[in-house]
Write a protein that binds this ligand. Structure first.
Ligand SMILES: [Zn+2]
Length: 179
């Protein structure tokens, strides 16, 4: 197998598209995470986190974007696709990414507590699973992280109780980890 060409210009561009999705989440009062799936230089899936809107804990940006991409390809296999997501995928999304046999995952902000692309654990390159993905971390990381930071700061300012809950959880990152 030949190594795919990793074009950093394109990574920057497509992460910008994922950031646009994350902004839509922000505007909808959802945790601001966005994702796009790219195949042959074309976006075939794009979504933002919609857990609250859909009242569905599985409605993470990655899950919704992967489903769209499967529909576009007409197959559950996304072997020649790249996922761009503003935050490191959680274990659920990483599991889905392995199931669809995605070629590469590019993410912005890492998640030390729950990230499953190398931070807390690495399901994308797990030795006993039958598929492994390439991982490109930290693309446009400051922008991705700032969006999350300002969202949670605004949430805390809006709901004084939320701050108390977070303190009860031990630190300010409890909500970020749980999305
Ligand atoms: Zn997820």
């Amino acid at each position: 197998m030949t190594e795919p060409i990793i074009d950093l210009q394109s990574d920057h561009y497509f992460m910008g598209e994922a950031l646009r999705q994350a902004l839509r989440a922000y505007e909808a009062d959802e945790v601001p995470i966005g994702a796009v799936v790219v195949r042959g230089g074309r976006i075939i899936g794009r979504a933002f986190n919609q857990v609250e809107l859909l009242k569905d804990a599985t409605a993470h940006a990655e899950m919704l974007a992967l489903t769209q991409a499967e529909e576009a390809v007409g197959d559950w296999r996304l072997t020649d696709c790249t996922l761009y997501v503003t935050k490191e995928p959680c274990p659920m999304c990483a599991g889905a990414i392995v199931h669809v046999r995605l070629e590469r995952v590019v993410f912005g902000a890492s998640d030390p507590k729950a990230g499953a692309a190398g931070s807390a654990l690495n399901l994308l390159q797990f030795p006993s699973l039958n598929h492994r993905c390439l991982i490109t971390p930290g693309v446009r990381e400051p922008e991705c992280r700032e969006l999350l930071r300002s969202f949670f700061a605004a949430q805390r300012a809006k709901e004084p109780n939320a701050a108390g809950q977070e303190r009860a959880n031990g630190d300010g990152k409890g909500q970020l980890a749980g999305e």
